[in-house]
Design a protein around this ligand. Structure first.
Ligand code: B1H
Length: 858
């Protein structure tokens, strides 16, 4: 701390720093001009929109910093229990519009910039979209942060500051190409680098046994050390003065320069070493719901987990008279999927090796503080690391894991005796390549385990981890596995994405309270048949469609009929999500249209089908599906007989910003995963909150949305989860009839309608996809219709027919749309975060009180 000449604090300086930046339009303009001129070194005569965006970002950053610092001081003074969300991904999306809304600056900002001749939307458009996540899991983490801040929960996020986020998807000749996303390029005005907050993180090396005070101790030495440097991203709450923090770690070389190397021939080596350290946080792995067993990935995981745990323990220890027993009363950690679960071993290492606690005590503390969320039942996504790799990279952690496992197996043997269940429950998977099962480590080291939707939590208990569930029940711990249904934040997904809808809600409710309490929207149900509301509602949808149309025109030169029914499927491309079934249906619809006379065609509901999403770069089948969609779109959109009635497009580079334009404009959206495969889904919630209706299966959160909104608001089809195994078994035996309408679609593909001789490679790929669907079990493994596209297709057609039928009656449709949107309170992440805080973390809100100056500022 800096001291003045008399040895005291510098009072005058403190006074100068104590005040808050004023928020009236004129002050905002002044602050903006100051940043433009002095922070960005622009002149009056030359600055770009990008500069203007940056300066406006710095205006916000000033205010975010005030709030972030005061909130931290408040949490410390109150000595509250803290929550820490550990996630390898945060799909935060653009900051600016959200920050303005949450800081309650919408009005003054609008006035300030309009007066300067600038539109806020144009500024927003300049911001890079930080895509530090793949899909639902990363976006969920971002929505959680927004709700934690809004609920004034003293919770921080920890993650990795990737220099390259999710790749940018381009489409060339109908195929996906991946381009790097160097989002950090010109710096982000919303982040605060903290060169003073760094921690060493070790890799490789060896473990030495030693004796200290008659105790045997282990020391992990040698190897290489990387520094983790903090970058803080303030997360402002809505309608509260709390601002929380998302702390992301960047890897830096441990010493700036090795001076010996500098002066010798090893100079090159020193640079190489430096580069290698930086590689760690360079790029996000673009896999969703499947993992690549890459060494760098484990390094990333350990890197951010170690830095985060060191940081949160330092905060805990800083408290006056801290006692280790208090750790579980002061700290709760949530592990987002298996990615951060090396935390179990790292926490033990920090407590035992560094803080010198004895094993049993450390284990109790670890187990009480950590919690684990499972996000998928796909076996290919449950991470397992080869023992050999861990032994090299994290030798001490492997020892710790073996020790944890030894005690665990002992307990199991005492209770149940030997048997196959022991191997099933072991953290170590035996086999040709011995592996550490991270899911098992997480469960054993956690206080609570949760699934992300009701059906998913039941599947975890019965199918993913049945032996664990048996163990819990045997121990009277029925509540160790709990359900925490996902949600989305209404601030970004209604208020920011759809201002017209936000205005309707605020008008009918007389205040913005619904934005922090969505149950208030129930009032809308009283008006669901009111023609006046219907007019406004339809005008809102029309406006959203016009925005979408402009955006499609400018981004992909696609023209759409704004009066058509807009049908959207946007999510990662994955076989279980069945984009294939969707495009097969589009072909079917096209063939039906072709059969009709021009007069009959005019009676068919016009549709625009938009499909978007990224495929993991090594996922061959997903990439073929993208190609198929593009080729089908080309044929349909160029057929003069049908193009007025049916349009189809693959929308490239689906991302958070794209979602904010697309979701509000939908009439229906497709959430059509095979029952039992999609853990929850979260875009389904966003669509319905925006008045879109769902075509969906009885899977994930669809089931709960249906319960809340009423079955009449949803077009449900397909088999149920408990039927899947039987159907699949029959398909493998060859008892698997193909509907004649689907057969016609297959024939058309095989006949070369969508590729043919012009594109022999694509033709072969399309044929291979079709014939795979029709495969019965040959010898060995089954590579057939695993996701039951053939089985569900006829009922999918029926559901789509119900959509067209219902859509004919505009006021009926409008009523359903209002009813559904007004019934979504359950799916606000405010509800989700309240549940985590109460059931899992034991954390209370700590709202920062407002002092007079803050009040005066408003
Ligand atoms: C979800 C993932 C995921 N589940 C591995 N699992 C990853 C797994 O990089 N990796 O290795 C990345 C992501 N993502 C999604 O989580 C589910 O599929 C959705 O159904 C769910 O809504 C979402 C949030 O819970």
């Amino acid at each position: 701390n800096v001291e003045g000449q008399d040895g005291g604090r510098m009072e005058k300086l403190q006074q100068l720093m104590a005040h808050y930046e004023p928020n009236d339009p004129e002050s905002i303009q002044k602050s903006f001009a100051r940043h433009l001129e002095y922070s960005l070194a622009c002149t009056r005569f030359s600055f770009t929109m990008q500069d203007a965006y940056r300066a406006a970002g710095l205006v916000l950053r000033d205010r975010l910093l005030e709030s972030l610092n005061d909130t931290n001081t408040w949490y410390r003074e109150q000595d509250v229990k803290r929550g820490y969300y550990l996630s390898a991904e945060y799909l935060i999306g653009r900051h600016m519009q959200n920050a303005i809304a949450n800081l309650d600056l919408e009005q003054p900002f609008k006035e300030a910039f309009e007066d300067l001749g600038m539109k806020l939307e144009d500024l927003f458009g300049e911001e890079a979209d930080p895509a530090l996540g793949n899909g639902g899991l990363g976006r969920l983490a971002a929505c959680f942060l927004d709700s934690m801040a809004t609920l004034s929960l003293p919770c921080w996020g920890y993650g990795i500051r990737y220099s390259y986020g999710m790749f940018k998807q381009g489409i060339k000749d109908g195929r996906q190409i991946e381009e790097p996303d160097f989002w950090i390029g010109d710096g982000c005005p919303f982040e605060i680098p903290r060169p003073d907050v760094t921690y060493p993180v070790r890799f490789y090396g060896k473990v030495e046994e030693a004796h200290e005070n008659g105790q045997k101790v282990s020391r992990w030495v040698g190897g290489e050390i990387v520094q983790a440097m903090a970058y803080d991203n303030p997360i402002p709450g809505f309608d509260t003065y709390n601002t929380n923090n998302l702390r992301l770690w960047r890897a830096c070389p441990s010493e700036e320069f090795d001076l010996d190397a500098f002066s010798s021939a090893q100079f090159q080596d020193a640079i190489t070493q430096r580069r290698k350290a930086e590689d760690l946080s360079a790029v996000l792995y673009p896999n969703d719901a499947t993992y690549a067993g890459k060494e760098l990935r484990l390094r990333q995981q350990y890197f951010f987990v170690s830095a985060s745990l060191q940081d949160l323990l330092r905060e805990f220890i800083k408290r006056p008279n801290f006692k280790w027993e208090e750790l579980p009363q002061k700290v709760a950690v949530q592990m987002n999927d298996t990615h951060p679960t090396i935390a179990v071993a790292e926490m033990m290492r920090l407590l035992v090796d560094v803080q010198k606690l004895d094993w049993d005590r450390a284990w109790e503390l670890t187990r009480q503080c950590l919690n684990y969320t499972n996000h998928t039942v796909m076996p290919e996504a449950l991470e397992k690391w080869p023992v050999e790799m861990m032994e090299r990279m994290l030798p001490r952690h492997l020892q710790i894991i073996y020790h944890i496992n030894g005690i665990w197996i002992q307990k199991l043997l005492q209770r149940w005796g030997d048997g196959p269940i022991i191997a099933a429950l072991s953290i170590v998977e035996e086999g040709d390549v011995k592996k550490i099962r991270m899911g098992h480590l997480a469960i054993i080291g956690s206080n609570k385990i949760n699934g992300v939707a009701a059906i998913h939590t039941e599947i975890i208990k019965k199918e993913t981890f049945p032996e664990f569930y048996k163990w819990c029940c045997d121990n009277g711990e029925h509540n160790k596995i709990v359900n925490m249904t996902n949600g989305v934040t209404p601030r970004r997904w209604v208020h920011c994405a759809n201002p017209a809808l936000s205005e309707i809600f605020t008008e009918y409710l007389g205040s913005q309270e619904w934005l922090t309490d969505m149950t208030k929207l129930k009032v809308m149900l009283d008006y669901k048949e009111d023609p006046k509301l219907h007019d406004k509602w339809m005008a809102m949808k029309k406006g959203c469609k016009a925005k979408l149309a402009d955006w499609l025109k400018s981004t992909m030169d696609l023209e759409i009929d704004q009066d058509a029914l807009i049908d959207i499927q946007i999510k990662r491309i994955h076989e279980y999500k069945r984009q294939l079934m969707n495009i097969l249906f589009v072909i079917h619809r096209y063939l039906e249209l072709k059969k009709k006379s021009p007069g009959e065609r005019a009676a068919v509901q016009k549709r625009v089908v938009l499909i978007g999403g990224k495929a993991a770069s090594a996922y061959v089948n997903a990439k073929i599906i993208i190609k198929l969609i593009n080729n089908v779109a080309k044929v349909i959109n160029n057929d003069p007989d049908t193009k007025q009635y049916l349009k189809c497009a693959f929308v490239p580079n689906y991302c958070v910003s794209a979602a904010q334009v697309m979701i509000p404009a939908s009439d229906i959206s497709e959430h059509i995963s095979t029952a039992g495969t999609e853990a929850s889904g979260t875009s389904n919630m966003k669509f319905v909150m925006n008045g879109g209706l769902i075509v969906g299966t009885m899977d994930g959160a669809n089931i709960e949305i249906r319960e809340e909104c009423g079955p009449e608001t949803m077009f449900i089809f397909g088999c149920q989860e408990n039927e899947v195994a039987g159907i699949s078994a029959r398909a493998q035996e060859g008892h698997y009839p193909i509907d004649s309408r689907l057969q016609a679609v297959f024939d058309e593909i095989r006949n070369g309608k969508f590729a043919g001789q012009a594109e022999p490679e694509a033709q072969a790929e399309f044929e291979s996809i079709v014939s795979r669907l029709c495969n019965a079990r040959a010898a060995g493994t089954w590579d057939g219709d695993k996701y039951l596209v053939i089985y569900d297709f006829p009922s999918f057609i029926d559901a789509q027919a119900r959509v067209d039928q219902t859509y004919k009656n505009k006021s009926q449709w409008c009523k359903l749309s209002i009813q559904a949107a007004a019934s979504m309170a359950q799916f606000s992440t405010d509800r989700t975060m309240r549940e985590y805080a109460k059931v899992i973390w034991g954390i209370e809100p700590a709202r920062r009180p407002v002092d007079e100056e803050m009040q005066a500022r408003k």
